[in-house]
Design a protein around this ligand. Structure first.
Ligand code: HEC
Length: 131
């Protein structure tokens, strides 16, 4: 009787820890993506002041700015990252990442940007769109 109860308990504990590990890994992987592909322009401090920005006409977005980032809906951020700045009428200097990153990686980056700006997700059709 005891043995029968113990096995499922162990299994569910293992599943619990595994799930926890996967989540932490995903976050870390996303931070790593940002540190690999984005910091040279958007900056190690995520404030738009990367090492690559001296001579460029349009300065990269400050991803820590809750106001500027808060005004942008999630789908616009997704589009900007996937198809590049031009696709959302922003600078062509913002590269398109759709060929480099998967849809899931872009989605994780958008969630991560919401953590960086401390401004929470914003749905399409809310106020301030196209102002
Ligand atoms: C070569 C420099 C460069 C790199 C690398 C770069 N960006 Fe950008 N990014 C820009 C510039 C410049 C803008 C500002 C465009 C504007 O305001 O016209 C921008 C704007 C953005 C925006 C805001 C778009 C908007 O609607 O205002 C997002 C989101 C963004 N970048 C995400 C990223 C992410 C995520 C990465 C890494 C995968 C990345 N960028 C890498 C230069 C860069």
């Amino acid at each position: 009787m005891f043995k029968k109860v113990r096995i499922p308990l162990k299994l569910s504990l293992a599943a619990f820890f595994l799930a926890g590990t996967t989540y932490a890994f995903q976050n870390e992987a996303t931070v790593k993506l940002y540190n690999t592909y984005c910091v040279q322009c958007h900056g190690l401090n995520r404030n738009g002041k990367g090492v690559n920005t001296h001579d460029i006409a349009v300065q990269p977005r400050d991803h820590t700015d809750p106001k500027g980032m808060g005004d942008m809906p999630d789908d616009e951020l997704t589009k900007a990252i996937t198809e590049g700045g031009l696709s959302v009428n922003k600078s062509v200097i913002m590269p398109r990442w759709g060929l480099t990153l998967s849809t899931d990686q872009v989605k994780d980056l958008v969630s991560y940007l919401r953590v960086v700006c401390k401004c929470g997700p914003k749905k399409e059709g809310s106020t301030n769109v196209g102002n």
